[in-house]
Design a protein around this ligand. Sequence first.
Ligand SMILES: [Zn+2]
Length: 112
Amino acid sequence: MEWNRSETLALARHGCAYCHGLGRLFHKDKSTTPCRCVFREIFRHCYQRFRDLMEQDPFETRPTLTGNRLSAGWSRKKEEYVADFYLVSKRSLTEAWAGLSRAEPLSAVSAG
Ligand SMILES: [Zn+2]
């Protein structure tokens, strides 16, 4: 994925010791990569949305018609987001982090 300066600048932490709020790390070969504070901020947004959706009443959601005239289908966007976030987190996060998050809503999904 190509990151532009505006995206990383908007997501960077102002007091970051590595990128100093720019959101980009400059390497000796003149290449740049996004700073970890940018990825942490993206994760925080996704995790907050996950928590918000977990707190909603499950009977409140409705299926949504998606697609076009040729290939239409029904989907449950909120439930799909929660399931995707849970599976990606479970796959990506380390065992230590998973142990810390047992009291968090991630464990509620796996139990139910
Ligand atoms: Zn940073």
